[in-house]
Design a protein around this ligand. Structure first.
Ligand code: OAD
Length: 243
């Protein structure tokens, strides 16, 4: 398929796999707002509570399955001549649906990574995580370990940021799909608009209006698992026939 594509996803894409979004009603955990739990301040105040929330989320993600939205994006990655997926999701559902690591950037980190809050020690805790330990300590420096995700107010990871910038600098995109995100962060809006440049298509898949809606050339007000398989099939067929 002769196209250069950028896909930006958020929590709404995993909603139909049973992973609560951040800002929806079901995002609350024990009456606590995730926007207040996912912060360095919350961790400093009560690391045990923050870890408990993340452990529950890890468990929920382990038990979840990729949905047709994740699979459609993996299919697009396979067919598009040039492709990058930038996800704000820290779950592994895009990867399990088949999106290749080399064409995916997890800009807010990976929930299964546990890293030291002081030194650069980190490990991947998918299977063997010490679920029984309230707050794990770094085996190297004894400092508290934290989940390998980006919290509110923290810098985006340099390497991931560089990969997004490189892709944008390499040229404009024919298609940008923004799915399941409130697009509250300025950088998500900026990347989408830079990628379409002057004449790319911007497809928004979200049951609700977002700050990007007014710039979208196509607004699809449907759940991602319903809309994305159809959008991807249409795109693959129409762009392949133009070759
Ligand atoms: P949000 O929870 O803010 O927004 C979810 C979006 O998905 C909303 O716009 C919903 O309308 C939409 N939505 C819900 N169900 C959907 C469905 N089935 N199909 C399509 N869209 C659906 O999640 P994000 O925008 O991803 O960051 O949030 C961005 C970041 O804020 C997260 O990565 C996290 C959070 O705080 C950090 O922790 C740094």
């Amino acid at each position: 398929m002769n196209a250069r594509v950028l896909v930006l996803t958020g929590a709404g894409v995993s909603a139909e796999s049973g992973i609560p979004t951040f800002r929806g009603e079901d995002g609350y955990w024990r009456n606590l707002d995730p926007a207040k739990l996912a912060t360095p301040e919350a961790f400093a105040k009560d690391p045990g509570l923050v870890w408990e929330w993340y452990r529950e989320r890890r468990q929920r993600i382990r038990n979840a399955q990729p949905n047709p939205a994740h699979k459609a994006i993996a299919k697009l990655a396979q067919h598009a001549q040039e492709f990058l997926l930038v996800t704000q999701n820290v779950d592994d559902l895009h990867a399990r649906a088949g999106s290749p690591k080399g064409k995916m950037v997890q800009i807010h980190g990976d929930i299964f990574v546990t890293r030291c809050s002081r030194c650069d020690f980190s490990r991947h805790d998918y299977q063997h995580e010490s679920e029984d330990i309230d707050v794990p300590r770094c085996p190297r420096c004894e400092e508290l370990m934290r989940p390998g995700v980006v919290w509110f107010g923290e810098q985006l990871p340099c390497e991931e940021l560089r990969r997004v910038e490189n892709y944008l600098e390499d040229g404009p995109c024919d298609f940008v799909i923004v799915a399941g995100t409130t697009a509250t962060f300025g950088y998500i809006i900026d990347w989408a608009l830079r990628a379409i440049a002057s004449d790319g298509e911007l497809v928004e898949v979200n049951p609700e209006e977002t700050p990007l809606s007014q710039s979208a050339t196509q607004r699809v007000r449907e759940p991602a698992a319903l809309a994305l398989p159809r959008i991807v099939d249409e795109l693959v067929i129409s762009r392949s026939s133009k070759l």
